[in-house]
Design a protein around this ligand. Structure first.
Ligand code: SAH
Ligand code: TMP
Ligand code: ZN
Length: 407
């Protein structure tokens, strides 16, 4: 029996993706023998609707001194964070002395933009040392630790109350979510703000983008589940914003109860969620069926195209680890993967061991078809490739359904 990480209700098991390797553990040939696998099984809580993994590997094995993901590989995401920084400063009239903390700032994050704009009273908190060191080299003040209630105590002792707390694509990674909310509740000043964004459950269900489910994403949130998390504390969601980033996300604006006027958008999004019952098994059994259908259709498509054509994948993402392992896609179907991240290059993809090469290799070995592994960066990639691959080759995608893209 596995219990909900928020409300301790027995979780509802509805499917498994089978054995999975660590999504970001790109490996060398000599590491294949000792590769670690765990069971990737999503569940949902019938009481608080929190969508969560049944098992998550030890966080120390996911976030460490050699973390593979660097946020700066996407120029568009950098602009997204820079824009948010500027709009928060303006909208909430921040003072240069206000303390600004980011949970999971990775190689820079929003605190980098705050620092660049003269907001030097900032702190980024991230357990992965290599990305922290990179952020430090840009002048960002960082604490190389896991954020939780204990870290929050240290932050308050050393820096005082926080005016703005940020997190992007990070809260979904932290299994001890109660400790995170305890920490936020402990740190936030009376007029403080907590702004957080993560992949949105409704997008995942609508697009059958099951690849959002991997070891790091221990939760896929909805507004309903975030409200239930806030309820235990002196916190409330006063606004939400739908985002196109990370394959479809929701940004939550949270403050102390009664401090802010609640935007009508909160009720609008809640009623949309009510129309897709997030508490019922039927909703998730439909998703399971869609995943199985998607797997069969993707395999049929790749098998047909690979008979006479070379197929590569664009972006060695953590999400493609789920797709390739769930569907059983190896180098007989996808010959290689291209990725701009230096520490993923000349390695093998987790589990299926497809080789990963740099962009130059891609240019010298242009395939006829390219699977859009980094589909969440589609606009940026199509723009970059409009005079290159897109003129000679065709894109394949698994979402919203397996297909050859028509452009
Ligand atoms: N905010 C960036 C990075 C997201 S990747 C972006 O949106 O692109 C997730 C980051 O969360 C990683 O850098 C990882 O090291 C960090 N992380 C994981 N667990 C954490 C925790 N408990 N506290 C703070 N950061 C954490
Ligand atoms: P993400 O989906 O987790 O953000 O990871 C995207 C991966 O795709 C990351 O490893 C970098 C890679 N990438 C490229 O190789 N080329 C690109 O143009 C972009 C935008 C990303
Ligand atoms: Zn629950």
């Amino acid at each position: 029996m596995t219990l909900c990480r928020n409300c301790s209700t027995e979780l509802n098991d509805f499917m498994t993706f089978g054995k999975m390797p660590i999504a970001n553990a790109f490996l060398e040939k000599n590491q294949i023998k000792s590769e670690y696998f765990f069971e990737l099984a999503p569940t949902f809580c019938p009481k608080c609707s929190l969508f969560q993994l049944k098992f998550q590997p030890d966080p120390n094995s996911l976030f460490h001194e050699n973390y593979a993901f660097f946020a700066n590989t996407s120029e568009k995401m950098q602009r997204h964070f820079e824009d948010l920084t500027k709009s928060v400063i303006e909208q909430f009239k921040l003072k240069k002395t206000d303390l600004i903390v980011e949970i999971g700032n990775n190689d820079g994050g929003m605190v980098k933009y705050f620092n660049d704009l003269g907001y030097s009273n900032h702190l980024g908190v991230d357990p992965s040392k290599n990305v922290c060191d990179f952020a430090k080299s840009l002048g960002v003040r960082v604490k190389n630790e896991f954020f939780n209630h204990e870290t929050a105590r240290d932050i308050k002792r050393d820096y005082g109350d926080v005016k703005v707390l940020f997190a992007a694509n990070t809260l979904a990674h932290i299994a001890d979510i109660t400790s995170v909310f305890e920490g936020i509740d402990f740190l936030l000043s009376k007029d403080g703000l907590f702004i957080t964004e993560d992949p949105y459950l409704l997008d995942l269900l609508k697009k059958t983008s099951y690849d959002q489910i991997y070891d790091e994403h221990v939760f896929i949130f909805s507004l309903t589940s975030i409200i239930k998390l806030c309820e235990k504390f002196d916190l409330e969601v006063f606004d939400v914003e739908k985002l196109k980033t990370a394959g479809g996300s929701l940004r939550y604006y949270i403050a102390r109860r009664g401090q802010k006027i609640i935007s009508p958008r909160v009720q609008m999004v809640l009623s949309e969620e009510r129309s897709i019952d997030l508490f019922s098994e039927e909703t998730f059994l439909r998703f399971k069926y869609n995943c199985e259908q998607s797997k069969n259709d993707l395999l049929t498509l790749l098998q047909a195209k690979s008979k006479n054509h070379k197929i590569a994948s664009y972006g060695a993402t953590s999400k493609t680890t789920t797709i390739f392992n769930y569907c059983g896609i190896d180098s007989s179907l996808i010959e290689f993967i291209t990725d701009t991240t230096p520490n993923k290059q000349n390695k093998l993809s987790p589990g299926m061991h497809i080789p990963i090469y740099d962009y130059e290799y891609f240019l010298n070995n242009i395939p006829e078809y390219c699977f859009l592994g980094a589909w969440n960066h589609i606009d940026e990639i199509l723009e970059k490739e409009k005079n290159m691959f897109s003129l000679s080759g065709q894109w394949l995608s698994h979402t919203p359904k397996p297909q050859v893209l028509d452009f």
